[in-house]
Design a protein around this ligand. Structure first.
Ligand code: UDX
Length: 479
């Protein structure tokens, strides 16, 4: 049986609410202009809303106000400049200005992993909500977007009650985001769903008005955007459940890669074959060095920590295995490198002294400059710790990689990194690496050995060009 998605909401289904500012459409503020908040602020201005972006970081705000996006995201620079020029988009570091301007305040601050455990650090949520609430002088809606442990929305409501006059009737709602780096503009303008956790008709109506631009765009393109209106807890859980599912899917195929490695199978064909079943689907089924980034790893850990606190730790125990499978893929690259370089594993790890290794890729995935919890960079660091002379190159992630791991040696091009290398490791599947000519690279390398950490190279082509090739969960093509 197919369960139908809800259809695009009809405006009739929502209470008509008037923005407290008196403006015809709600004015929107996005607090926290990191990856999430900046992208949302820019895209909602593009949809026609009047928008104010806020951050405590003056340097970031100055950059955005001058038309520079502080991170790499396709298409965002042009949209930022166009919407600054239109006058619909502004940036500030003043809570008072935000409180005075907006009807709907989206909280988009970071919720990193706590330094002392697996849970999420909610300091930034607390600071932004408390400071905003103190400055409010009329009714407003505060909407959480950051990924948080279930129960946070209720706590935010208490914070708001503590810092505002009850006569103002300031309300709270929760609306998770599902942005993928590299596709973030599309994900905001054309989301595959909108989820809102609300307690009142007023909050529901206000959030509908704040998203009407998204529904209107969809209508002009003959699309529908499903809307799920639910309670606080479900809205908060939707986000972590989605990320836990994606992480599990990736670790599932990586576990299959482990089995293929000992059984002599090829996980790329296995993945293709099971992915044809529409109940399984072929997306997020690429075996390789595993998942990284600012979301999946920290979200599955915070989810487990929260479930444990709530007495449902057992329900998410499998996520610990998901994490372990993911970490083991990084170790697998070190094993393969040791083997290919003819070294012995050794009780204290391999000794790779005297070898030179090119690491192609530093970002956690292609089309991003984000190196947070990047498998590529973690593997590069382990290889260097084992004594190898590691040369790292990434098309976009070099500046962030240098900041995160200053001790590594960076090269300005793929050719420079590969020149003289005894081993080449392709760890992020940038098009530049996927399309590289193995014959040309073979002439530069000291020895033709390659580890394809993302199964993104044509193994036969590389083997034909004289490379000793090793993929992840794939048989050795020369055998
Ligand atoms: C993720 C979610 O996809 C997004 O919905 C959420 O809002 C934030 O977290 P993102 O962190 O941008 O987005 O990365 P994503 O595209 O999900 O990839 C995560 C990691 O998984 C990357 O390191 C990627 O290389 C890896 N991956 C992805 C695989 O190893 N195999 C796959 O098949 C897919």
């Amino acid at each position: 049986m197919t369960i139908p998605y809800p259809t695009q909401p009809s405006p009739m289904a929502f209470p008509a609410v008037r923005p407290p500012s008196g403006a015809p459409r709600p004015r929107l503020a996005f607090l926290g202009t990191g990856y999430l908040g900046a992208t949302y602020a820019i895209c909602f201005a593009e949809l026609g809303y009047e928008v104010l972006g806020f951050d405590v970081d003056e340097v970031k705000i100055a950059k955005l106000a001058a038309g520079q996006v502080p991170f790499h995201e396709a298409g965002l620079d042009e949209l930022l400049r166009a919407n600054l020029a239109s006058g619909r988009l502004r940036f500030t570091t003043s809570y008072a200005e935000v409180a005075d301007f907006a009807d709907v305040h989206f909280i988009c601050v970071g919720t990193p992993q706590r330094a002392d455990g697996m849970g999420a650090d909610l300091t930034y949520v607390e600071t932004s909500v408390s400071n905003l609430a103190k400055h409010l002088s009329r009714r407003a809606l505060i909407v959480g977007k950051s990924t948080v442990p279930v129960g946070t929305a209720e706590w935010v409501e208490q914070l708001v009650a503590k810092h505002t006059d009850p006569a103002l009737e300031v309300e709270v709602a929760w609306s998770p985001e599902f942005l993928q780096e590299g596709f973030a503009v599309e994900d905001v303008l054309r989301p595959n769903r909108i989820v809102v956790g609300v307690k009142t008709d007023w909050a529901n109506g206000m959030l509908y008005a704040a998203h009407k631009g998204v529904f209107d765009l969809a209508a002009t393109e003959d699309r529908e955007v499903p809307l799920v209106v639910t309670d606080f807890a479900t809205a908060e859980l939707v986000k972590v459940a989605a990320n836990a599912f994606l992480a599990t899917k990736i670790s599932f195929i990586n576990a299959m890669a482990e089995v293929c490695e000992v059984a002599g199978g090829d996980v790329t064909q296995l993945s293709k074959a099971i992915g044809y079943d529409p109940r399984i689907g072929n997306r997020f089924l690429q075996a390789g060095v595993g998942f990284g980034g600012g979301c999946l790893p920290k979200d599955i850990r915070a989810f487990q920590a929260r479930a444990q606190e709530l007495g449902a730790g057992e329900a998410l125990r499998f996520l610990h295995e998901v994490d372990l499978v993911n970490q083991r893929r990084r170790t697998r690259v070190i094993q393969l490198a040791t083997e290919l370089l003819g070294r012995l594993p050794g009780p204290a790890g391999p000794d790779l002294a005297g070898t030179r290794v090119a690491v192609l890729g530093a970002a956690f995935k292609p089309n991003s400059d984000d190196v947070r919890d990047s498998p590529s960079l973690a593997i590069a660091a382990t290889l260097a710790k084992a004594g190898a002379d590691v040369r790292v190159y990434d098309p976009q992630g070099m500046a962030n990689a240098r900041l995160a791991m200053p001790a590594l040696h960076y090269e300005e091009s793929m050719s420079a990194a590969v020149t003289g290398a005894d081993l080449v490791c392709v760890l992020t599947e940038w098009a530049e690496f996927r399309n590289a000519d193995p014959v040309t690279l073979g002439e530069l390398a000291g020895a033709r050995r390659v580890i394809d950490g993302r199964n993104c190279l044509d193994a036969t082509l590389w083997a034909r060009a004289g490379w000793e090739y090793r993929g992840m969960g794939r048989p050795n093509p020369s055998v």
